[in-house]
Design a protein around this ligand. Structure first.
Ligand SMILES: [Ca+2]
Length: 144
């Protein structure tokens, strides 16, 4: 828990949630994880250990950026930081808030085990809820 709180604090200090909005927080320099293949939880851990967190897609601009970098990924689908919890519904792993969504047609279909979000290259990188244990490339972001 202490680690989680630290991560949130460091996000706030490094660029703040405003950084996502003005799209100028240098996170776009950190399209890492594209050559890797990890479960959602492994990807989250990797991003927190080596960067700040899995990327939060708060705006259409960020979505377009993630689409662009995802074309360099090792497979069609990539993880981002959104997942579903019973207590809070859809939440971003870095604790930030955004109502922006880009669901693919028919998603989220809320199957019981489908609580992690991947962008699907075969569907224009629109979003789908899937089981978290599939190995995927992923997109992290950095602070500054
Ligand atoms: Ca689904």
């Amino acid at each position: 828990m202490g680690m989680f709180v630290f991560v949130l604090v460091s996000v706030c200090r490094s660029c703040g949630f405003i950084g996502y909005v003005n799209y100028d927080c240098s996170f776009h320099q950190s399209a890492t994880g594209l050559a890797l293949s990890k479960t959602w939880w492994e990807a989250l851990r990797y991003c927190r250990e080596n960067h700040v967190d899995l990327v939060s897609v708060h705006t259409e601009g960020i979505q377009r950026w993630v689409e662009t970098v995802a074309r360099n990924a090792s497979t069609d689908n990539v993880w981002v930081g959104l997942r579903h919890t019973c207590a809070q519904g859809w939440i971003w792993s870095d604790g930030s808030n955004s109502s922006y969504r880009d669901w693919n047609t028919g998603e989220p279909n809320n199957k019981e085990s489908e609580i992690c979000i991947q962008l699907q290259g075969t569907n224009g990188y629109r979003w789908a809820d899937v089981a978290c244990h599939w190995p995927n490339p992923f997109v992290c972001y950095d602070g500054e």
